[in-house]
Ligand binder design. Sequence first.
Ligand code: AMP
Ligand code: MG
Length: 407
Amino acid sequence: MTQSSLLPLDQALTQILDSIHPIEETQTRPLMEAFECILAEPICSPLNVPPYRNSAMDGYAVRAADLPGNGDTTLERIGTSWAGTPFAGKVGEKQCVRIMTGAPIPEGADTVIMQEQAQASDTHITIGTGHQAGQHVRHIGEDIREGDEVLHAGKLLGAAELGLLASLGIAKVRVYRPLKAAFFSTGDELRAVGEPLEEGQIYDSNRYTIFGMLKGLGVEIHDLGIIPDQRDEIEAAFNRAAKLADMVFTSGGVSVGDADFVKETLEKLGTVNLWRIAMKPGKPLAFGRIGKACFFGLPGNPVSAMATFYQVALPALHKLRGQTPQTALRLKLRCLDTLKKRPGRMDFQRGMLDYEGDELVVRSVGAQGSHILSSMSRANCFIILPAEQGTVEAGSMVEVQPFSSYI
Ligand code: AMP
Ligand code: MG
């Protein structure tokens, strides 16, 4: 097959994303159960944050009018404003109130003196010059104004978002229901962990990497195990998976040798595209639909399966679960090693971000074969080399994508 018959990655991705429509089912969940879910409606603030004027410091609430123009001034201390127990009275001329961080600024006062900048006795404080009128006061709505949109529909709810919602007193949110994913492995050479290996057999590792990649995304997971290379069993597994899940993942069986078999089964059950993508690792990819589920036939080689998952399946998963499109972080960094490459396909080499002095640089993790899974474990980033690029000399600038790096 010639290079020209390879499909550029961005074209494959565009075709896939165009055919995916976000799920429509939403559900209302209490905040903690909405962690890692996608918000299905915008959230507008029901209140001002902060809801009242309060102090940014431990100190004394005073009137700006009493700040001395020169020399010192002494103010009478008439009470204390605690966070949670405000001072009920009013601060008058030449008076002040002891105040804690977060406590309401009492009526009459408009400025806070840090406690370190006041000399205090039991009944009075003395302050000098150099203070600004209105200093150390947090104003109503300074963080969020009532009615402001604070989170948009499509936002992934992480730790900061849960806290933000809680700060607004919001107990439940409407989210898209979590996605369900099913996966299985096929291949006569595959054995499950716990079973002895015989000549010519290898352990099935792809189900574990696929499990791990999905688990980190808050997806409901259905592991359908290893399915023997028999037409009826494969067909039954595809049918089961499609009933259980929104997304079905398989690995292997999509390269030239056995492509017809997967293709044939899928053509019978749904629709399938079998592509040869101009990326390395990860050339063969099947994408299609079985019933309502979308199907990704990832390549069998363990590194190819992971790279294809991250580069192709993950953006599709984001779209399917209703998430606003994500931009993956890419950095231009100096590469300390020579990277062997032939022009033709876009390369996703495994790299290691590191510091040389205070410069962030990248190194290769060594052998780059698509079967060398240990390279993924040693790496913390992809080094992305464009299709036309040849070998990269040590010291050149390269594009780097840290793993799990969406911005
Ligand atoms: P295939 O695409 O089926 O030709 O597989 C390509 C390579 O990936 C072969 O060396 C397979 O043995 C290997 N492979 C396929 N499936 C798995 C799996 N689930 N776990 C580990 N290696 C696999
Ligand atoms: Mg195979």
